[in-house]
Design a protein. Structure first.
Length: 71
């Protein structure tokens, strides 16, 4: 016995893509971008975490090395 196949009542259109994003998919990257932009514009208000002074010294050495090798 053969089974009947169901046909679509309306043909599928391929010209339009309907994609919906949740609100947080737009809000979170925008919030991160604004936060980083504010830190770049006003770095005086950014407070470093208190850590081992050798880590700060290491980061300064890396920064100096990168600046010295830049053409």
């Amino acid at each position: 016995m053969s089974a009947r196949t169901h046909t679509r009542p309306h043909p599928a259109t391929t010209s339009r893509v309907d994609t919906r994003l949740p609100w947080w998919a737009v809000a979170l990257p925008a919030l991160g971008f604004v936060t980083l932009l504010l830190l770049i514009l006003n770095p005086a208000q950014a407070q470093a975490a208190s850590g081992d002074p050798s880590v700060a010294h290491l980061l300064e050495r890396i920064q100096q090395a990168l600046l010295n090798h830049t053409p």
